[in-house]
Design a protein around this ligand. Structure first.
Ligand code: SAH
Length: 471
């Protein structure tokens, strides 16, 4: 080990920065965040540093550095582009046993700065010992995605309960196990979304559970799994999928995404193919409530976003009625996913100032849509569940005043390796789709924005043929 990692308390301590440019500014911000009393020595300061130094508790000395300047400081940082000055600072600091950092010159440093992930009071620091700052940064980025944004809040929460838990759970192993479960489970998830009261209530229940043996009900998480590509999951969705005891999923959830769920979790298929409701909706609502009442952490995994044509509202209504705690984790809805991956922006300055999401699901073979409000100029229409009704939908739009030449596209299995995009217009699309033997799920996009695909298409999985707009 070439360096000893430590965390230094510099609040209200005198720290010296030599230099007044951009690099000095970065070090200034860092020291400032840690509460240091900063002195800057430099003949000139860049504008940003000038304005920040004016508003903070900062001393600015406008001249070149001299060796005696280091006296009385807890640390010195040299951030000039002048190697002679940098060396002077390093030598002077070393002579006085003051820790010194020279930016971008590890040979002159007695300490180096790590790349940090700041979730104060939790801080993760990464160093490559000065060998590759880029590598340190890449590692830091990975940590950023692994450590939830609310981790600092969680640390503070745990701190509040430390003594109580120590008293109530005297045995060290048992206490560690309790903390592990708590810091990974539903209590932590409540803290992350700032539902502190709920988190505290749950925490006390969990503590009581230890001594009484009484089961604490689980939480139900309605998780949006996005349109198909597993990379489009949110960090939050991914994390919650790891704490599931049971997952109730529907047909839109791709096998790749299901494969990312905690391996030990029980997986229940809830159907949702057209005309094949493996479990009817009321059954799903009840099932979620029953599993949670048994103390299970339940993940209800749904395609796209749970609140867009996902019946998410109905599912949580039942939970609400039964007093079961729940959370909703948004996902990328099919409209966003498919339009992005098809190169069809849903709005565009020249073509569409608004966009409507509608369901094309037929009730008793009929469409029930308010066409007057939907068929308006400069509006994009996105139709979910519109494959079966496509001929009727296109005919109805023409009947209500849309031009038969209005561009329209069908995106099949959007964002996946099997994505296909079929373009036409209101008159031609049904026929082209019929000939193309498409498979669900498919999304229909109607409006002049569809023309942009010719220029903006970027995702062509497996080089599959696509049908383009007629000239
Ligand atoms: N909650 C989901 C929508 C559920 S309704 C969401 O926010 O995306 C089911 C409809 O979504 C399908 O009929 C289809 O129109 C659309 N859909 C979902 N995933 C899709 C995908 N990968 N490609 C195309 N359409 C999709």
């Amino acid at each position: 080990m070439n360096y000893l990692p430590i965390f230094l308390k510099i609040k209200n301590r005198k720290c010296l920065i030599v230099g007044g440019g951009d690099i000095a500014l970065r070090k200034f911000s860092l020291l400032n965040r840690a509460g240091a009393k900063i002195t800057i020595i430099a003949p000139d300061l860049c504008n940003e540093l000038e304005s920040q130094a004016a508003t903070e508790q900062v001393t600015v000395i406008r001249r070149r550095f001299v060796a005696e300047d280091v006296n009385g400081y807890s640390m010195a940082i040299s951030a000039t582009s002048d190697r002679v000055v940098n060396r002077q600072v390093a030598d002077a600091a070393n002579d006085s046993n003051i820790p010194v950092n020279v930016v971008d010159d590890p040979d002159l440093c007695s300490f180096i700065f790590p790349a940090i992930v700041d979730r104060s009071p939790v801080i993760a620091a990464v160093s490559t010992g000065g060998t590759s700052p880029v590598l340190a940064r890449l590692l830091r980025e990975r940590l950023e995605s692994l450590i939830p944004a609310g981790y600092g809040k969680l640390a503070a929460f745990a701190d509040d309960f430390r003594e109580i838990v120590k008293q109530r759970v005297p045995e060290a192993d048992q206490r560690r196990y309790f903390w592990e479960k708590t810091l990974l489970g539903p209590v932590a998830e409540m803290v992350f979304v700032s539902r502190d009261r709920e988190a505290r209530r749950l925490f006390h229940q969990k503590l009581a559970e230890l001594s009484s043996g009484k089961t604490v009900p689980g939480t139900v998480y309605l998780v949006g799994a996005g349109p198909g590509d597993p990379d489009l999951l949110t960090f939050r969705a991914m994390r919650i999928m790891q704490l599931a005891d049971v997952v109730v999923y529907d047909r839109l959830v791709s096998p790749e995404i299901l494969g990312l769920v905690r391996r030990e979790a029980r997986k229940i298929y809830a159907g949702k193919k057209r005309n094949d409701h493996s479990i009817p909706q009321e059954g799903i609502n009840e099932l979620l409530a029953r599993l949670a009442a048994q103390g299970k952490q339940v993940v209800r995994l749904k395609g796209g976003d749970p609140f867009i044509f996902g019946r998410g509202g109905e599912e949580i209504e039942t939970l609400m009625e039964q007093g079961i705690s729940f959370q909703v984790i948004p996902g990328i809805t099919a409209a966003s996913g498919c339009s992005s991956y098809a190169g069809i922006p849903l709005t565009h300055r020249d073509h569409a100032q608004s966009c409507a999401f509608v369901t094309g699901h037929l009730k008793d073979g009929k469409i029930h849509l308010d066409w007057e409000r939907l068929i308006v100029p400069n509006q994009t229409l996105v139709i979910y569940m519109g494959l079966v009704g496509l001929p009727q939908l296109c005919a109805a739009m023409i009947e209500h005043g849309a031009s038969p030449r209005l561009p329209a596209a069908l995106v099949e299995r959007g964002t996946t390796e099997q994505q296909r995009v079929i373009c036409g217009d209101l008159e031609t699309l049904p026929q082209i789709v019929e000939e193309s033997k498409v498979k669900a799920p498919t999304l229909i996009i109607v409006g002049n924005v569809v023309k942009l695909r010719q220029k903006l298409s970027w995702f062509e999985p497996q080089e599959r043929a696509t049908t383009n707009l007629p000239e």
